[in-house]
Design a protein around this ligand. Structure first.
Ligand code: ATP
Ligand code: MG
Length: 659
């Protein structure tokens, strides 16, 4: 059992669902949740087959459910055919929701534009017809490099309507990253904008595309379709570049959806790159959409009058599943935001919840932690200053949410009455995997609770054997599920090596460590790459970080190990305070206090050897802490790794003092 991990943090606060949360819920009460789990356990294929028939509209019904003959290259509903865009849009035109608002778009400068399902459908059809007129169709691949906008979502849907596989590249990536992705996916079409507006400033996009296409291999792109967002002057290639508004103007509002096989790749999306070079994750059409839609209904408990707001960018999987696909398939009204949480001030999120009467709010721990810090610095931006009474449900995704951040979110944003769904999942899983159901699951702050029905999660040692509750190990998913990754684009070997190591009995290995407590609740303990080995104990960093964040002065923390002759590894903690960054004797005194604090919160074994203070942590563009870079800094070495996914390269220079 040498691969198991010691658990050191104890959290015993429990929040059962209120009556209001249970009444009318998609899954009301634990008995309903268990009934679904039991159904899946008894007959997994029957369970998925039933849901796929009930929740999706098929052009050609499937007769086979799961094919395991080429494992781990599983296929689902293989002989069926459908169209994803038809399932997200057309279905609502026929069920009385045509005039329901699909998207409330708020621009960086506060301008608001709403679009109904009927009008969104028409726009998607016009864009798809425009693509057809340029010769694109099923089997082609397109890069989407657009700001958060109605256009970004419409463009993804237009690709889906024609069977064009898309790969969305986050607008903050440089021309170099864009070039790599264009070449890697073999895109012949690029969607972009002249510029995007963030934090009151225009940031050019089209020039990055021009530069990327001038690079080797860039000539495979035949057309660049440009959304005029800012009106900035752009260089123009008459043979290649097309304005989106001009292309759309000439098109009909009707475009027949193209039926595709269930396994047709809907999209390729690169992971965040927290643990290394991003992987191009290939997803299917039917299996992916089924889970995107079901989890929107179960975990967000979609209700008719909801206004849903997911703050992720469509450049990440969260923005795919819970902005562009699942939530539209579930017929929800959603807010889409172009800007940043701190412009014009750090009250922007709360102000927008108030303005649009948001009822379900889904964001990331990184945003919550930075807004906690901001609310302390400028009390005017504290969520308590706003009317947030429209909220009924909160969500978190992307990283472990430290219990103290959870409690702050619960009390100050949810006013102590909104459940928090802490959703653990990955680009590779397509949708939520471990998550509470708001009308059923009693919550524990910092735990993503239980596996969703149909998901056979487990925790195993390095031989793939189950390990008892209370010990940490590899988080795995034992049986295939419809929304799982199909391949790493163009790299089947990396797919098998990364996710299906032979010693783990064919289980899907997530790459995270987790434990289950004595009540069976899951707790994520950190990445398998980030395990600390201290005096014969193996520790996950999350618990130590959570202990640090529980200190009243600490806003954010990351811990890594550095080699040590006596203890194997020594713990190095990178700490961001809510207030000013200390230096000299003040820093020394605080470092002593934090060491003692961690020792008393979780035990002396977890005491950081070095503490380094800074103003912010290195993060991926999706806001995840990049511990692999901090490890290099902790060892006092030069960073030579891939830093293309690092949001702000200068951030590594600030941790000079060691206390
Ligand atoms: P890469 O795979 O390139 O290293 P990445 O894993 O950060 O990057 P994503 O797919 O965007 O790329 O992120 C998935 C990871 O995010 C999970 O493996 C997990 O570590 C973390 N994560 C997501 N949601 C949660 C959550 N609710 N609690 C804890 N961790 C989470
Ligand atoms: Mg990953």
């Amino acid at each position: 059992m040498s691969s198991t991990i010691d658990s050191i943090l104890v959290e015993d606060r429990v929040f059962p669902p209120s009556r209001a949360a249970v009444e009318g819920a998609a899954v009301p009460g634990m008995a309903s949740y268990k009934a679904l789990c039991d159904e899946a356990e008894r007959d997994p294929e029957g369970f998925w087959g039933r849901l796929a028939s009930e929740h999706l509209r098929w052009r050609k019904p499937f007769t086979r459910i799961l094919d395991e003959s080429r494992a781990p290259f599983y296929t689902w509903f293989e002989d069926g055919e459908l169209n994803v865009s038809e399932n997200c849009l057309d279905v609502h035109l026929e069920n009385g929701n045509a005039d329901k608002t699909a998207i409330i778009f708020e621009a960086d400068d506060g301008t608001v534009e709403s679009i109904s399902y009927r009008r969104l459908h028409a726009r998607v059809c016009r864009i798809a017809n425009g693509m057809k007129s340029l010769g694109y169709g099923k089997g082609d691949r397109a890069i989407i490099y657009l700001p958060m906008s109605i256009e970004a979502i419409a463009t993804m849907q237009a690709c889906a309507r024609l069977g064009v596989t898309h790969s969305v590249v986050f607008g903050g990536f440089s021309s170099r990253s864009l070039h790599q992705r264009i070449v890697d996916v073999g895109a012949t079409l690029v969607f972009t904008a002249d510029a995007q507006l963030r934090g009151g400033r225009p940031i050019a996009l089209k020039p990055a595309v021009d530069e990327a296409l001038a690079g080797e291999g860039g000539e495979i792109v035949r057309k660049v379709i440009v959304y005029k967002r800012s009106g900035a002057d752009v260089a123009w290639d008459d043979g290649r570049d097309v304005w989106l508004h001009e292309l759309e103007a000439a098109q009909s509002d009707i475009c027949e959806p193209v039926a595709v096989e269930s396994e047709h790749p809907l999209f390729i999306l690169y992971t965040s790159g927290s643990t290394g070079k991003p992987k191009g994750v290939q997803h299917s059409s039917a299996g992916y959409l089924l889970w995107a839609s079901l989890t929107s209904q179960w975990v967000f408990d979609a209700r008719p009058g909801d206004v849903f707001w997911c703050t992720a960018d469509v450049g990440w999987v969260t923005g795919h599943t819970y902005i562009a696909y699942g939530t539209l398939a579930a017929g929800m009204t959603q807010v889409v935001f172009e800007g940043v949480p701190t412009y014009p001030d750090a009250g922007r999120f709360w102000e927008m919840i108030q303005r649009h009467k948001v009822s379900v709010f889904y964001t990331a721990p990184t945003a919550i932690r930075s807004l906690i810090k901001a609310a302390q610095a400028s009390p005017d931006t504290h969520p308590r200053r706003y009317d947030l009474s429209s909220l009924r449900l909160l969500g978190s995704v992307g990283e472990p949410i430290n219990p103290e951040a959870w409690i702050w979110y619960y009390n100050n944003v949810g006013n102590g009455r909104c459940p928090i769904v802490d959703t653990w999942w990955q680009t590779e899983t397509g949708g939520h995997i471990l998550a509470p159901l708001p009308g059923a699951t009693p919550l524990k702050p910092g735990s993503c609770t239980f596996a969703l029905p149909g998901i056979s999660a487990g925790i195993v040692n390095e031989a793939g054997e189950d390990i008892p509750n209370g010990r940490g190990g590899y988080l795995v998913i034992k049986r295939p599920w419809p929304a799982m990754i199909r391949n790493v684009w163009g790299d089947s070997k990396r797919f098998k090596d990364s996710y299906f190591p032979p010693e783990l009995k064919g289980y899907y290995m997530a790459g995270d460590n987790a434990q289950r407590d004595s009540d069976g609740y899951y707790w994520i303990m950190g990445r398998t790459d980030d395990v600390l080995s201290i005096s014969g104990h193996r520790l996950g960093g999350t618990e130590i970080e959570s202990a640090l964040v529980a200190h009243e002065l600490v806003a954010e923390a990351a811990v890594v190990g550095r080699p040590d002759a006596t203890t194997g590894e020594a713990i190095v903690a990178f700490v961001i305070l809510k207030g000013r960054t200390p230096e000299g004797p003040q820093a020394e005194a605080l470092a002593r206090e934090l060491r003692d604090w961690v020792a008393s919160e979780v035990g002396p074994i977890a005491k950081p050897r070095d503490i380094r203070f800074g103003n912010n942590l290195p993060k991926t563009r999706s806001g995840k802490i990049l511990r692999r870079l901090l490890r290099v800094v902790a060892e006092g070495q030069e960073v030579t790794q891939d830093v293309s996914t690092l949001e702000n390269p200068d951030v590594l220079k600030q941790f000079s003092g060691v206390y």
